[in-house]
Design a protein around this ligand. Structure first.
Ligand SMILES: Nc1nc2c(c(=O)[nH]1)N[C@H]1C(S)=C(S)[C@@H](COP(=O)(O)OP(=O)(O)OC[C@H]3O[C@@H](n4cnc5c(=O)[nH]c(N)nc54)[C@H](O)[C@@H]3O)O[C@H]1N2
Ligand SMILES: Nc1nc2c(c(=O)[nH]1)N[C@H]1C(S)=C(S)[C@@H](COP(=O)(O)OP(=O)(O)OC[C@H]3O[C@@H](n4cnc5c(=O)[nH]c(N)nc54)[C@H](O)[C@@H]3O)O[C@H]1N2
Ligand SMILES: [Mo]
Length: 692
């Protein structure tokens, strides 16, 4: 028997991007372990990825191309050859492109975060074709935009510093579930005497383990940040030197913050004024005493109407108190902006003959149902889905489903499994997993460039995304040289090695080692150097004004809440959020039996007051509904959900859920204040017991 160890990288949409060691015995991957030498992975994997071989060798893996033989959505397919599949697709796309190439739409997100199996050959293909562009907003663009206005780029505290912080505010994140290796460092900080505070409307696994939990109403974080500014300014818990040298617009901010007394803040957020005052005193007081105070801000605050502003307001706090002076202070939203990549070359944007229209992936429900019009252009006639499961993850699911049901829509799905979305395909193409293909990775939580070596041969007739688009390009007669580049050639040029942060990077060496840290200063903004137009932390943003936004930190109320929409709340009085379940990764892994067993079945956490008022007992099946739709879950009566809030951990595969539906039946397609992002956690519902 020959046994080898292959260096790989976790492809999942998670900040941790772990370095993996894959054990291969006679061509079979038998174990996936965390690389003990990689400083952030430190030999530890989450339960999901520790089971990556279970997923790879799953009996339901798609191994051959399929064509639909039943009705759309029914899930009846027949095996066909690659030749037939590619001929069918190329024929359809060529005919549609001859009339209107923009009628073709790619739909993809982060099934893999790889630079190569994500958007490289696929983008080249769609750019050459002149297909519609996809605005990839489903996750992070609200906060990204708010942070960019304020700080300039997605750069922040290095996660390898957090163990040295003395105060850690975990704001809208549940790292025990979704950022495990940060949590390891937070615990180390705790052992070193740090105080941990969670800000989350729900007592998540993480909030439960922090010293303090502050539970504001969903969508009110921008107000909470303003209230904190009020106290910091009025009690002079400021770093005047830092403000004078490295920030812009303090005088205007001071004035704005006066509007946000602790009492007004408390009333808006549904917390006490004392909580606002105490948090500000602790944060500003410790900073003033020279202690490192850090904020780990995450996605929980972004999935509401004011999601962009919430992140912007939070991002003002470290500059006010001078927390950026310490490597272990400051704030991390995402480290993605630290990586110098060659995306324009990988994606060959220069192949575009003109700039096509852009369709927002968040509003795919509406856009698939939209007829041709001068405003919109042609109706979508062909949809190519890869690295995504829109039937499960996109909001207002009933509309998404109705769009996918259109008989005149030609749908191709590249997948590893027969997902809810694959059920609606005309052609399904089998895709390889991370163990079967090559890739290069950045991270949005740490600062390492990563390489993924293939550990095993492709299963069945599965092919990497890149290869599928290469073959399609050849079928369609695209003969540019860029369609001939191999994955290894692409990966070798994925990083910009002329940039100081990646200088000296050698792809072959990276493949052997697995990872290499970016060359970056430990405290990125200790002496200013923000990436904004002014080079300062912008409390006042002229760019926001140009973009039609309030140039100062402001409160943007939710679309749907008791306070902001009483008429709607009269019918649908409960706020619903649907954050990630620990054992799933968005909708990935829901079909892995051991992980699904750990989650059980779809649940709804409901406060005892709210369940009692509705005659609901623990374990009852309940129907959660609003004007957009309904789904069923099993009630868990618990004060983890504050009164007025219900929580349905997500994202379930519909066909594996109790009633064939999931939380996205009730979420809306309304967009955030900036970044054109979804508002998954800005949803009012009513809940009733399901009669037997
Ligand atoms: N196990 C696991 N890990 C994951 C994922 C997964 O599905 N499962 N998903 C990955 C992806 S794609 C992402 S984007 C990240 C997301 O991971 P996180 O950034 O941790 O974000 P969420 O899990 O969306 O939300 C975190 C917390 O925000 C709270 N929250 C909801 N609304 C609000 C609000 O208005 N204000 C505040 N302060 N808190 C609020 C929720 O109750 C939840 O506990 O995790 C990644 N990691
Ligand atoms: N209600 C609610 N909805 C949400 C969220 C929420 O918190 N609540 N979270 C939102 C967030 S943060 C995000 S990021 C989105 C995530 O939405 P998606 O990015 O669509 O994520 P997944 O549901 O994990 O689906 C990814 C699919 O890609 C496939 N895949 C993986 N690798 C490959 C590959 O190499 N090739 C091909 N062809 N396929 C591959 C997987 O099998 C999987 O089915 O969901 C959003 N939806
Ligand atoms: Mo996400």
């Amino acid at each position: 028997m020959t046994t080898t160890q292959v260096r790989a990288a976790c492809p999942l949409d998670c900040p941790d991007t772990c370095a993996l060691l894959v054990t291969v015995e006679d061509g079979v991957a038998t174990a996936v372990k965390g690389d003990p030498d990689h400083p952030t992975t430190a030999g530890v994997l989450c339960t999901k990825v520790a089971r990556y071989t279970e997923r790879t060798y799953h009996e339901d893996r798609l191994l051959y191309p399929l064509k639909r033989v039943g009705r759309k959505g029914e899930g009846k397919f027949e095996r066909i050859s690659w030749e037939e599949a590619l001929d069918t697709i190329a024929g359809k796309l060529t005919a549609i492109a001859a009339r209107a190439p923009e009628a073709i739409l790619p739909y993809s997100y982060c099934g893999t975060m790889g630079l190569i199996q994500g958007e490289s050959m696929s983008s080249r293909f769609f750019n050459k074709l002149g297909a519609s562009l996809l605005d990839r907003t489903i996750c992070a663009t609200a906060g990204f935009t708010g942070y960019k206005y304020t700080v300039g780029a997605s750069v922040g505290t290095d996660m390898e510093q957090f163990q040295n912080a003395k105060l850690l505010i975990i704001w809208g994140g549940n790292p025990i579930a979704s950022n495990l290796h940060f949590w390891t460092r937070a615990q180390e900080a705790k052992r070193n005497g740090a105080k941990l505070i969670a800000i989350d409307p729900y007592r998540s696994l993480t909030a439960e383990k922090c010293h303090q939990h502050i539970a504001p109403l969903p969508g009110t974080d921008s107000a909470l940040a303003l209230g904190l500014m009020h106290v910091l300014i009025n009690e002079d818990l400021l770093d005047h030197d830092y403000i004078a040298n490295y920030t812009l617009g303090f005088a205007q901010l001071r004035q704005r913050a006066q509007e946000w007394t602790p009492e007004r803040t408390a009333a808006t957020c549904g917390i006490t004024a004392q909580e606002v005052i105490d948090l500000a005193r602790l944060y500003g007081g410790m900073a003033k005493a020279g202690e490192p105070v850090a904020i780990r801000a995450n996605y929980g605050v972004q999935r509401v109407r004011g999601g962009g502003m919430a992140v912007r307001n939070i991002a003002c706090l470290p500059a006010l108190v001078g927390a950026w002076r310490h490597a272990a202070g400051g704030m991390q939203l995402s480290s993605s902006g630290s990586f110098p990549t060659n995306k324009p070359w990988l994606q060959r944007t220069d192949l575009l003959k003109k700039i096509p229209r852009t369709i927002n992936m968040t509003t795919i429900g509406d856009d698939l149902l939209r007829p041709a019009s001068p405003d919109f252009g042609p109706a979508v006639q062909a949809l190519i889905v890869y690295n995504s499961n829109p039937l499960a993850i996109a909001p207002e699911s009933d509309k998404v489903m109705r769009g996918f049901l259109r008989e005149d829509l030609f749908t191709v799905v590249l997948e590893q499994f027969q997902t809810d979305t694959a059920d609606y395909a005309d052609i399904v193409l089998p895709a390889t997993t991370q163990l079967e293909h090559i890739d290069a990775h950045t991270s949005y939580g740490h600062l390492y460039m990563m390489a993924n070596n293939p550990a095993i041969a492709p299963m069945g007739e599965a092919k990497p995304n890149t290869e599928i688009f290469r073959l399609l390009a050849a079928k369609m007669g695209f003969d540019d040289d860029c369609f001939k580049e191999s994955d290894d050639q692409l990966a070798a040029q994925a990083f910009n090695t002329r940039d100081v942060r990646a200088v000296g990077l050698d792809w072959d060496a990276l493949k052997r080692k697995g990872w290499q840290k970016l060359n970056m200063p430990a405290a990125p903004f200790a002496q200013g150097g923000f990436f904004t137009p002014s080079g300062k932390c912008e409390f006042y943003s002229a760019q926001m004004e140009k973009d039609g936004l309030d140039p100062l930190p402001a409160y943007v109320p939710p679309y749907e809440s008791v306070a902001s929409n009483p008429a709607l709340a009269a019918r649908y009085p409960l706020a619903m959020i649907s954050p990630p379940a620990r054992n799933f990764l968005n909708s990935t892994f829901v079909n892995v039996k051991s992980l699904r067993a750990a989650e059980g079945e779809p649940h709804l956490d409901i406060h005892p007051d709210d369940s009692a008022a509705r005659g609901i007992a623990a374990g009852d099946m309940v129907r959660i509904f609003n004007d957009r739709g309904a789904f069923v879950a099993k009630a868990r009566v618990t004060d983890k959900a504050r009164a007025g809030l219900v929580v349905g951990l997500s994202v379930w595969w519909k066909k594996l859920a109790t009633d064939g539906k999931n939380a996205n039946e009730v979420t809306s397609q309304q967009l955030t204040d900036m970044g054109r992002a979804p508002t998954f956690y800005d949803t009012l519902v009513q809940v009733e017991k399901v009669s037997a």
